[in-house]
Design a protein around this ligand. Sequence first.
Ligand code: GDP
Length: 298
Amino acid sequence: MFDTLSSRLDKVFTSLRGRGRLTDADIDATAREIRVALLEADVALPVVRGFVAAIRERARGAEVSTSLNPAQQVIKIVNEELVAILGGGTTTLRFAKTPPTVILLAGLQGTGKTTLAGKLGRWLRAQGHTPLLVAADLQRPNAVNQLQVVGQRAGVEVFAPEPGNGVGDPVRVARDALAHARRHVFDVVVVDTAGRLGVDEELMRQAADIRDAVSPDEILFVLDAMIGQDAVSTAQAFADGVGFTGVVLTKLDGDARGGAALSVARVTGAPIMFASTGETLDDFDVFHPERMASRILG
Ligand code: GDP
């Protein structure tokens, strides 16, 4: 496996103990190690560049403290900057003043949107809400059925198109679902939308049409943490095509170091709200920036 950033920096700083301040040469060497560590964690190159430049600035001004060795001190600076970019703390969902709150899920196919709908539904229920899941992914033949299975497991009702009524029209399904939620006093509506394997215009238009029909309070961009360097272009395409108010990272149980999190937070400025860490409904939590920062640092 890769060296952790701590062990990398320890090597750089073995000769440094006892000095009062980092020299330019120390900072250059440090910056190189941070750059390699972030690239190994799959942070996108432009994000790495900007980040390393910011760290250099801070490191240059930093006194080497007596309580921390220089490596620990740089790690502390890197960690603080990472946590700041990742949102500082947890970010909660914005609920509508007048229910139902509408949450739209968008992202590429296979990222875990349908699974997330179930997790979110269950989580919302545990918070005292009465959620309704909406099957507006009508592209994938099995998607409606999959959401129904997930909903049943989560103990959350699923709104799906009746055969012959709105089949093939996800905008209508979403609109009907909202009317259903109002009639039956569901206070949160989670709309699962179709994804493609790659970003395409039709997918974006469809998601944007659903957005316009139901005016969501939150649009969550669902991102597979394993996507690595492609995170930036994919997030940018969704930001331009549909727009989003928050990010959910999935598949964090895999061996990805999580650089995608940093890339997407930096490039879009949207908060990462939730983390999905497995296939079962329990593998889900609000996103904690400090945990992700430690993971990226290795
Ligand atoms: P969708 O196409 O975006 O709706 O994606 P799905 O919800 O169908 O998920 C695609 C696959 O990824 C399924 O096999 C899920 O069980 C799996 N999956 C979803 N979330 C996670 C996760 O956090 N970790 C792992 N390991 N697998 C996941």
